[in-house]
Write a protein of this length. Structure first.
Lengths: 368, 330
């Protein structure tokens, strides 16, 4: 029954070309980044060893299982391991992989037939933490065929870091936005709907809470306990939910005296139901107006903390860290430019999308 | 009422609804708006009690307070002998199916985001455990009852005319089989041509379903057409309450006289002779009502006692009640 409204909103959204294409571009990039392990990784997607297919991206294989010496995970970028896989585990690979591979290419080695294997690499054979030991020049290295966006000062591929960093930023933003919206809407709804003393006390609490310098609190906590993704997300949600309370509360204060809300009360509907069915839809436009700000702000906060070195631990891929490297290596412009364009494109796409969503939800556009 | 054997459905006793006024930095209470200031009356089973009065006299507030949409400041409310003046929360919610309301503005009282079908089904969802099919059947039945085309169930309120919207509101109020319905100026927002349709529908439903109405209106002719008894309100109090014919033919209170003299007469000959009683001045503020009789500032027959003592609301025979010092001596 509500599908007519949903259809009209969809049509409105599609009518906004910029938002529509931004959503597509963003969607494709985001879905691709969800499969970052298959796009940028130092482990092969698929390989054949002695006729057996293995997928190191998904599963652990020790070097010993390829006929090598160590029981630790195979170093697939190492020529010895590559030789072992391609030749089906000839032991001489451990001494002179190049020569063995050349001889085995003919089909036989030392008179015996070689069980030839193959390796399928991801398009970018580096993960975000892979240190390229065969760089051949001092890091940070400029963009080249091997590293399309160059490397950072620890010889890690910048493109790989951007892909993983993009993913973690967006996931972070989605989690933070979702959680803080739910908390913020619930808090604003309760205050606005019931009003009175509850509203008064809650507002004072929120004023104090919002006045807390969240960045310092996070930095202090980061100094006490080792930071990780979960703790950081929780901390930022704790400080970002207040953003929505004001608008939602205002909408509820306005809408609670609407004639149809009174009518619903006269029908004996429960408060929760009235809030959800009759009042909340009025607050949706205001909420959606704020959504892009929350998303961009949470991405900004995360990057800012990373930039300052108080955010996620150094082992995480982070866009803020690329920005920091860009600042530390001003003579290596690809670092700074990469950080800048990644942020600019990502945030612009998000803002364009939400602009379209907001317009689509605008009742004046929908009901006319 | 001794001369009336009917059952009392709703009893209102000394109902007061005061709204506080706050001012200053400390939001101290500096006064009260006495919107409803001591109403006492009964509504009999199956009758229509008309409640008339000029704008701002507290008619709607009274209607809402009787339905407990407000918490009354003082007084007792009874429906079917049960005291409802102080109950709260779920107990109150469970009583809602008995008493319903039809609102003044049919545009505003329907959620623009819900279809007609879901608007009418909403009270059923809340109060009755029904299967989806049963509910749908009941919704269509209600739409038939109020004269709405069944095919409109999937449409939104803005696609309807004012009269049709009021029918939706009526269908929603009827959904739970209420006994008592407060009609808060249900025809004020409608075209004159539509008013008759809606009023006839209300009459029709009353006959078929045995409903009891409290019909709030400022349209004296419409109340005359519809009501069994009529109560006249002025500044938060009832000044006169009487059976319809008695009130329209032999008004006792000077305010009722003035009010009735303002009703135009459709017959041009008698209309030419109609003498209007023009009241002087404005209605006093309900935040600061005059001492004594509320009407003393504008009454053409004011006496000294009116300015000092509040007249009591008394029974003068044949169900005719009034509150006026003029009648006390007589």
């Amino acid at each position: 029954m509500a599908s007519a409204l949903v259809k009209r909103r969809l049509a409105n959204f599609k009518g906004n070309r910029r938002a529509y294409w931004s959503l597509w571009i963003f969607g494709v990039i985001f879905v691709l980044s969800l499969f970052a392990e298959f796009i940028a990784n130092d482990k092969p997607i698929l390989l054949s060893y002695q006729g057996e297919w293995r997928s190191p991206v998904l599963q652990f294989y020790s070097e010993a299982s390829f006929g090598g010496e160590f029981r630790t995970e195979a170093e697939y970028s190492d020529e010895v391991v590559q030789c072992l896989i391609r030749t089906g585990g000839i032991e001489d690979c451990l001494d002179d992989p190049q020569a063995v591979q050349e001889e085995a290419a003919s089909g036989t080695y030392n008179g015996t037939t070689v069980e030839a294997g193959w390796i399928v690499w991801p398009p970018l054979p580096f993960s975000y933490r892979t240190i390229d030991e065969n760089l051949g020049q001092p890091a940070p290295a400029p963009p080249s065929l091997r590293h399309p966006l160059g490397t950072d000062d620890q010889a890690r591929d910048v493109l790989a870091r951007v892909i993983y960093g993009f993913r973690i930023s967006i996931l972070f933003a989605i989690i933070v936005t979702f959680c803080s919206s739910v908390i913020g809407i619930a808090a604003g709804a309760v205050q606005g709907y019931f009003g009175g003393l509850l509203d008064l006390l809650f507002q004072r609490f929120i004023e104090i809470w919002a006045g807390t310098p969240s960045l310092y609190v996070i930095i202090i906590i980061a100094a006490i306990i080792p930071m990780n993704f979960v703790i950081l997300t929780t901390l930022i949600i704790l400080f970002s939910w207040v953003g929505l309370v004001g608008v939602v509360r205002a909408e509820f204060l306005r809408a609670r005296n609407f004639e149809y809300v009174r009518a619903a009360r006269a029908l004996g509907l429960s408060d929760a139901r009235i809030m959800y069915r009759h009042v909340l839809p009025n607050a949706m436009v205001a909420t959606l107006t704020f959504m892009p700000f929350i998303i961009t702000a949470s991405i900004g906060t995360l990057s800012g903390l990373d930039f300052l070195g108080f955010g996620l631990p150094a082992s995480y891929p982070s866009l803020g860290e690329i920005a920091l490297q860009g600042k530390n290596n001003v003579t290596r412009p690809w670092l700074g430019f990469t950080a800048f364009f990644t942020f600019a494109i990502m945030l612009s796409l998000l803002v364009f999308i939400f602009e379209g969503v907001r317009d689509a939800f605008d009742p004046r556009k929908t009901f006319r | 009422m001794l001369d009336n054997p009917q059952n009392v459905l709703v009893r209102v006793d000394g109902l007061k609804m005061h709204f506080p006024i706050y001012a200053g930095i400390l939001r101290r209470q500096v006064g009260t708006v006495k919107a409803v200031d001591g109403l006492t009356f009964e509504i009999f089973d199956g009758e229509t009690l008309g409640l008339v009065g000029e704008s701002g006299c507290g008619k709607s507030t009274a209607g809402r307070a009787i339905l407990r949409l407000y918490d009354p400041t003082e007084g007792k409310l009874e429906i079917e002998g049960r005291d409802i003046s102080t109950i709260k929360g779920d107990a109150l919610r469970n009583l809602r199916p008995k008493m319903q309301m039809i609102f003044q503005d049919p545009q505003a009282c329907l959620n623009p985001r819900m279809t007609v079908g879901s608007i009418i089904a909403e009270p059923l969802d809340e109060h009755q455990a029904m299967s989806k099919e049963e509910r749908q059947a009941r919704v269509l039945e209600l739409m038939d009852q109020v004269g709405l085309n069944r095919d409109f169930a999937g449409r939104y309120p803005h696609e309807f005319s004012g009269g049709q919207r009021q029918r939706i509101g009526i269908a929603r109020a009827l959904a739970l089989n209420p006994k008592f319905i407060v009609c808060d100026e249900p025809i004020a927002a409608l075209d004159v041509s539509i008013q008759a349709q809606v009023v006839n529908l209300l009459e029709d439903l009353q006959e078929r379903l045995g409903l009891t109405y409290l019909f709030i209106s400022h349209d004296l002719s419409m109340v005359r057409h519809l009501a069994t008894r009529v109560a006249v309100m002025y500044l938060g109090r009832i000044v006169e309450l009487a059976p319809r014919e008695a009130l329209y033919d032999r008004p006792k209170h000077p305010y009722t006289e003035a009010l009735l003299s303002a009703v135009p007469n459709p017959d041009p000959e008698t209309e030419a002779d109609r003498k209007r009683i023009i009241l002087q001045g404005d209605v006093p503020s309900p935040a600061n009502p005059p001492k004594g009789c509320n009407f003393c500032t504008r009454c053409p027959k004011v006496m000294d006692i009116c300015r000092t003592e509040t007249p009591a609301f008394r029974h003068y025979g044949n169900g005719h009640h009034a509150a006026c010092h003029l009648l006390e001596g007589a």
